[in-house]
Design a protein. Structure first.
Length: 119
């Protein structure tokens, strides 16, 4: 999802480890979070949450890779990936999910799979 070249070409916003963002964040491009976010976080692009990130917010994005800590509900249009350092305390809604060994997920998961039409 996030190759090195893609990050340089498509990432529009990086919230560094020393940054604290409070309120509503709305974007259209790819976002990388390494700091603290309180409120809501929405982007039409991809979202990468690094190990240093601490988020207390509801999140919406197309694809999400999580390595940090989140308290809040998460909705991804396509895919959510939880790495071994991910800590999630909230509900997840997505089409596809990948949970690595060691990740913590305390909540419910709803898979939005479109049923194939019977011919």
């Amino acid at each position: 999802m996030f190759q090195k070249e893609e990050i340089q070409k498509t990432t529009e916003t990086i919230i560094g480890p020393s940054v604290k963002l409070e309120g509503d964040f709305n974007g259209e491009g790819d976002v990388i979070i390494a700091g603290i976010v309180l409120g809501t976080l929405k982007t039409l692009g991809n979202l990468k949450i690094l190990k240093t990130a601490k988020i207390n917010a509801n999140i919406n994005a197309t694809n999400i890779i999580i390595s940090g800590k989140i308290k809040g509900n998460i909705k991804a249009l396509k895919k959510i990936e939880l790495t071994p350092t991910a800590k999630i305390f909230g509900d997840i809604e997505t089409k596809t999910i990948s949970i690595a060994e060691g990740a913590i997920f305390n909540g419910k998961c709803t898979m939005n799979i479109e049923e194939e039409k019977k011919s």
